[in-house]
Design a protein around this ligand. Structure first.
Ligand SMILES: [Zn+2]
Length: 142
C-alpha cells in the first residue's frame, strides 16, 4: 500500500486547461488533490486503465477498483514545446514526456525538467502540480 503522497510543485494561477471532471473521474481528481496518482484496475482481467475510463479496453468489463500507482518509472520519450497556446506562453519552453510507470501504465504528461536526449530511459517520478483551482500530474527526472 502506498501512503506517502507525491511531491507537490506549487503553480500560481489556475490550470491553463482544467480537466473535465465526470462522475467516473471524480475519484481520480480527488485522490490527485490529496497527492496520489490512481487508476481503475479491472476486476475481471486485472488490467489498469489509464487514462481512467469506465470500460476495460481488454475485456469491456465495468467492474473496477481504484488503486494508487507507484510513482517510479522511466522516461520513454519527450518533446520540447517552443510554441504553445497563449495560456501556456509563460511556461515556454517546456517539455512533455511519455513515461512508463513501473505499474505498467504509460503516461503522457508535463516533464518538469528540461530533458535532453541522453535522458531517455532515465528514472522519473510522478509529481503533483498544484494550481489555485486544482491539481495536474507531471513527472520529473530523478
Ligand atoms: Zn478487463
Amino acid at each position: 500500500m502506498i501512503d506517502v503522497p507525491l511531491p507537490t510543485i506549487r503553480h500560481n494561477g489556475p490550470r491553463p486547461f482544467p480537466p473535465r471532471v465526470s462522475r467516473f473521474t471524480r475519484p481520480f481528481w480527488t485522490a490527485l488533490e490529496q497527492g496520489f496518482l490512481t487508476a481503475p484496475k479491472c476486476q475481471a482481467c486485472g488490467r489498469l486503465r489509464f487514462p481512467p475510463r469506465p470500460l476495460c479496453p481488454a475485456c469491456w468489463s465495468e467492474d473496477h477498483v481504484w488503486i494508487v500507482l507507484r510513482p517510479h518509472g522511466r522516461l520513454y520519450s519527450f518533446t520540447r514545446i517552443h510554441v504553445a497556446p497563449r495560456a501556456l506562453d509563460g511556461d515556454l519552453p517546456y517539455a512533455i514526456g511519455i513515461v512508463d510507470l513501473d505499474d505498467g501504465v504509460r503516461l503522457l504528461c508535463r516533464l518538469v525538467n528540461q530533458a535532453t536526449f541522453a535522458d531517455i530511459g532515465r528514472e522519473v517520478e510522478t509529481v503533483v502540480l498544484q494550481y489555485d483551482d486544482g491539481p495536474l500530474f507531471a513527472a520529473r527526472l530523478i
